[in-house]
Design a protein around this ligand. Structure first.
Ligand SMILES: Cc1cc2nc3c(=O)[nH]c(=O)nc-3n(C[C@H](O)[C@H](O)[C@H](O)COP(=O)(O)OP(=O)(O)OC[C@H]3O[C@@H](n4cnc5c(N)ncnc54)[C@H](O)[C@@H]3O)c2cc1C
Ligand SMILES: NC(=O)c1ccc[n+]([C@@H]2O[C@H](COP(=O)([O-])OP(=O)(O)OC[C@H]3O[C@@H](n4cnc5c(N)ncnc54)[C@H](OP(=O)(O)O)[C@@H]3O)[C@@H](O)[C@H]2O)c1
Length: 277
């Protein structure tokens, strides 16, 4: 093991000491509030697409400063990808936003979470409902072969304030559609099952409005040509957003007759927080 030093605002740690240190291989800044990055994957790490882990940096006091992060890459990938907010005065992300390839982060290899296929009963149509960085677990599940083995149709909705906040998700889906290796791995034409439904709430875009409102007034179903709305016998859903969003979507799904499931008790939908507060 080598030495790992605390991170200051402008410099990220270069030398690993902790057994849980991983090396940053790629960083991409999407907006002044959003970035994504890739790190090396510990050989022993097994996870189910959709799960989250604790990652972080050494704080100024020399102790690990860790936060929950959804793994945005699929379970078969050699590297691990994350999609992150930059909170300017956030204890972790005020520093994490400065990482560069070659730097080290801490990654606790204990994946957990409810946004996994095992927590849902079999169905025909799978809905992913995301706001903001809540897209991250779905970036993993959209590249997971089981998603397409289990479902005939996969609808991903992503609601953000501004158009630029949709870029990570939009580009990821475009790349999935053109990825020949993925088509080989998952099956030719798999991407035709994906239906992408992005909306914005504060900046003009082709589809404006909170997804909750668009579900309630039926626009989503009209836009996608779905008759009869969400049905408990065929439709399954995974939800990832703020506490308020999760609360509101849960009420809507329950009104459609779906029940919340868990790893130990699979049902028709599952929910995870994209952040607390
Ligand atoms: C299960 C779970 C999975 C998570 N996965 C991710 C992920 O994949 N990507 C990610 O960026 N964050 C994720 N988070 C949030 C993450 O754990 C941290 O809160 C975030 O990295 C900010 O850390 P911080 O120390 O800078 O600020 P914190 O002190 O943790 O947060 C400060 C404030 O910033 C706001 N905030 C925090 N995170 C977000 C966010 N993601 N989007 C919008 N506002 C936010 C909240 O108002 C919060 O009170 C997840 C949280 C949970 C519980
Ligand atoms: N995004 C920014 O540009 C920005 C800039 C500075 C600070 N912040 C702060 O960062 C934090 C997180 O911001 P965020 O934009 O990442 O996440 P957010 O506030 O959860 O909003 C993300 C998207 O989800 C929508 N949404 C929020 N609550 C909802 C609900 N109950 N039902 C349906 N849709 C809902 C929002 O619509 P609405 O627009 O209608 O709320 C927005 O389009 C907030 O505390 C915010 O004050 C954000």
């Amino acid at each position: 093991m080598t030495e790992m030093k605390p991170v200051s605002e402008a410099t990220a740690v270069k030398a690993p000491v902790l057994p849980d240190a991983q090396t940053v291989t790629e960083v991409k800044h999407w907006t002044d509030r959003l970035f994504s990055f890739k790190v090396s994957r510990p050989a022993s790490l097994r996870f189910r697409s959709g799960e989250f882990v604790m990652i972080g940096l050494l704080g100024d006091n020399g102790k690990p400063l860790l936060r929950a992060y959804s793994i945005a890459s699929p379970s078969w990938d050699e590297e691990l990808e994350f999609y992150s907010i930059k909170v300017q005065d956030g204890p972790l992300t005020s520093k994490l936003q400065h990482i560069q390839p070659g730097d080290q982060i801490i990654l606790r290899p204990k994946p957990v979470g409810t946004l996994v296929h095992d927590a849902l009963l079999p169905g025909k149509r799978l809905w992913f409902f995301a706001t903001g960085t809540g897209f991250a677990p779905f970036a993993s599940l959209l590249r997971e072969p089981q998603t397409y083995e289990d479902y005939d149709e996969v609808i991903i909705t992503h609601t953000c304030r501004d158009v630029a906040e949709l870029d990570y998700g939009r580009e990821l889906i475009e790349n999935i559609r053109q990825d020949e290796l993925l088509a080989e791995l998952i099956g030719e034409g798999f991407a035709n099952k994906i239906r992408y439904y992005p909306t914005t709430t504060r900046e003009e875009s082709p589809k404006m409005g909170r997804i909750t409102e668009l579900l309630k007034d039926g626009s989503v179903f009209a836009d996608l040509g779905i008759e009869g709305g969400i049905k408990p016998d065929t439709d399954r859903a995974m939800v990832c957003g703020s506490l308020a969003f999760n609360h509101d979507i849960k009420a809507i799904l329950e009104e459609f007759g779906l029940r919340e499931g868990a790893n130990s008790e699979p049902k028709e939908f599952v929910i995870e927080k994209a952040f607390v507060g």
